[in-house]
Write a protein that binds this ligand. Structure first.
Ligand SMILES: [Zn+2]
Length: 293
């Protein structure tokens, strides 16, 4: 009788392990990361597809005209999306999100501005989660922590300025014009996939006091020459940095990345390696996967 109980217990343990891949093979599950241009990423783990700041239409939104996603371009590159995370609400980060979410039934996690734009665009309320920083979500294949951040300083006509932080407090009856894509809150996402920790930065700045205890294996950082990077690198100590938001997001994929943009990424790479030459730096290519090996 005792022996039978032992066997049953063993069977129960094995089947539990099978249902919890992280418990049995934590850190070994393959993760495929594809750069979608700008701060956009597709991360696949198991059957789950996660998008972050996906922007495939790649054109400037006109302030006074109704925004139109290039649906064909989106569908050429996206075939599934379970979750979509939005770092902030400017058009080059979220303008394609409502279309993708409606098409694939994706859950959207973003600022209240992002959520109100999605509601206005007809995304169902049940798909939406509004964040304010400090949240922690545990999903089947991963967990994620939301960290409050701030927008990178912009350079407009040779003048630096911090964009005004505006929020949209409620949905409206539409249409959604380019000027609806105000900044909203800016957030970092700190993902955990088994043993692998990945930090996504939407725009090149931080609130440094929020970075304590954040030690990513991989940091996806937004190129911005106006930020003093050693301040954050000292705290984050990433093993690998992937540089994004260095391309020319206003032009279609077919035009590639101009040389001047590549030089910006290379300059940023030098800032990182002169801080710590042990940090591996990856400059990704449009619509290509990156290897973390
Ligand atoms: Zn922005």
């Amino acid at each position: 009788m005792k022996k039978l109980t032992f066997v049953l217990l063993l069977v129960a343990c094995v089947s539990w392990a099978n249902q919890s891949p992280w418990a049995s093979e934590a850190g070994t599950r393959p993760l495929v990361m594809k750069w979608l241009g700008n701060a956009g990423w597709e991360i696949r783990t198991g059957s789950t597809v996660i998008l972050i700041d996906p922007f495939l239409t790649r054109k400037q939104a006109s302030a006074s005209e109704e925004w139109k996603t290039n649906e064909e371009e989106v569908l050429r590159n996206i075939e599934k999306a379970d979750f979509i995370f939005a770092g902030h609400s400017h058009a080059d980060h979220i303008a394609d999100i409502p279309f993708i979410a409606r098409r694939f039934g994706s859950k959207i996690i973003g600022s209240r501005t992002t959520i109100n734009i999605a509601l206005t665009a007809g995304v169902d309320k049940s798909q939406l989660t509004s964040i304010g920083g400090g949240e922690k979500f545990d999903f089947k294949d991963f967990s994620v922590e939301v960290i409050e951040s701030q927008h990178g300083v912009l350079n407009r006509g040779g003048r630096r300025r911090q964009p005004r932080s505006q929020e949209i407090l409620e949905p409206w009856s539409g249409p959604i014009k380019g000027d609806a894509f105000v900044q909203g809150g800016s957030y970092l996402y700190y993902f955990t996939f088994g043993k692998l920790r990945i930090l996504h930065q939407s725009t090149g700045n931080f609130i440094e006091e929020r970075l304590k205890n954040i030690r990513p294996d991989v940091a996806l950082l937004a190129e911005n020459r106006n930020y003093h990077w050693p301040d954050a690198l000292e705290l984050l100590r990433p093993k690998t940095v992937v540089i994004h938001h260095y391309d020319q997001w206003r032009t279609p994929f077919s035009e590639g990345i101009p040389e001047s943009n590549r030089r910006r990424a290379q300059r940023f790479e030098r800032v990182i390696t002169s801080f710590d030459s042990n940090i591996k730096v990856i400059i990704p290519e449009l619509l290509k996967t990156v290897s973390l090996e």
